[in-house]
Design a protein around this ligand. Structure first.
Ligand SMILES: Nc1ncnc2c1ncn2[C@@H]1O[C@H](COP(=O)(O)OP(=O)(O)OP(=O)(O)O)[C@@H](O)[C@H]1O
Length: 272
């Protein structure tokens, strides 16, 4: 079940190009008041189409890791590659979903999704067709013209997800995307996320505080240490890609992976 950091399943070992390759990265923030080492000696290969969840104590550098992959932040040392290309500035071939949907209040659900197309100057016909597809895929049919305040929190996150997927990014970064939702809506979105990941074939890096969410969704779970964030262990989740919610949670493999993660995180770790 458990694997050390240099994982035998890595894309490098298989001779394939990794979707994401993080090689011996450290990130240090220097402010006037203090120096913070957010990440240290972090190496991780994510294969194309893989779903990797990242869990770890608060402040251990999980968001920093995603920002680095997106090219929003440069590592102090080490390198990050996306599909073989060194990341040295903001990347356009990713999708990013945050904890808060951050929708434009004056635009309908559809027009919030289309914002992505406008920013990227995507051809109108393609953008409209893709928007319609995503609205159906995420169960937003009938709410296309609703304004954000007319949508529930779960629906707003679905809109944010559609916006992140509009340009068919090969890599989707998700930073606590379901953290602000109630437990039932979160479960429902987890089920939808599993289906969307299978249907789109996109590579996903998900930061979450929920052990259950991580194990239910991921092929591998990266468990990080307290700051400075290092990778403590990478755990394989040997469950089929298609996962019914309740039966999956009842499986012995689910329980043993979740228990190992909780053990690594210790008492002060993830919330559930
Ligand atoms: N721009 C910045 N300038 C200075 N310090 C920063 C900056 N960004 C992050 N940090 C620091 O780096 C560390 C890691 O932050 P990060 O947000 O990546 O943690 P996290 O694991 O995502 O936390 P949480 O789970 O609470 O969201 C923290 O100590 C934080 O204060």
């Amino acid at each position: 079940m458990s694997k050390p950091e240099s994982d035998s399943k890595s894309a490098a070992a298989a001779g394939e190009q990794a979707a994401v390759r993080i090689d011996d990265v450290a990130v240090r923030f220097r402010t006037r008041k203090r120096d913070v080492t957010a990440l240290q000696e972090v190496s991780l290969d994510v294969a194309m189409g893989e779903f990797v969840a990242i869990v770890g104590p608060s402040g251990c550098g999980k968001s920093t890791l995603l920002k680095m992959v997106a090219g929003l932040l440069k590592p102090t040392t080490g390198t990050v590659k996306l599909r073989g290309e060194t990341v040295d500035g903001p990347r356009h071939d990713i999708g990013y979903v945050f904890q808060r949907a951050a929708l434009l209040e004056w635009r309908s659900a559809r027009r919030n999704i289309l914002l992505q197309a406008e920013m990227r100057k995507m051809p109108g016909d393609r953008a409209k067709a893709r928007t319609a597809e995503l609205i159906e895929m995420t169960g937003l049919t009938g709410f296309e013209d609703a304004l954000p305040h007319e949508l529930s929190g779960g629906m707003q996150q679905r809109v944010a997800l559609c916006r992140a997927l509009l340009h068919e990014p090969p890599v989707l970064l998700m930073d606590e995307p379901f953290g602000a939702l109630d437990a039932l809506t979160r479960e429902q979105l987890n089920v939808e996320m599993n289906r969307i990941w299978r249907e789109t074939g996109t590579t996903v890096l998900l930061v979450t505080h929920s052990v259950a969410e991580a194990v239910y969704l991921a092929n591998r779970v990266v468990v990080m240490s307290d700051r400075p964030g290092t990778i403590r262990e990478i755990i394989d989740v040997d469950l089929p890609a298609e996962r019914e919610y309740t039966p999956t949670l009842a499986k012995p493999e689910f329980a043993s992976v979740a228990a190992r993660i909780r053990e690594l995180l210790g008492a002060g770790g993830a919330a559930d």
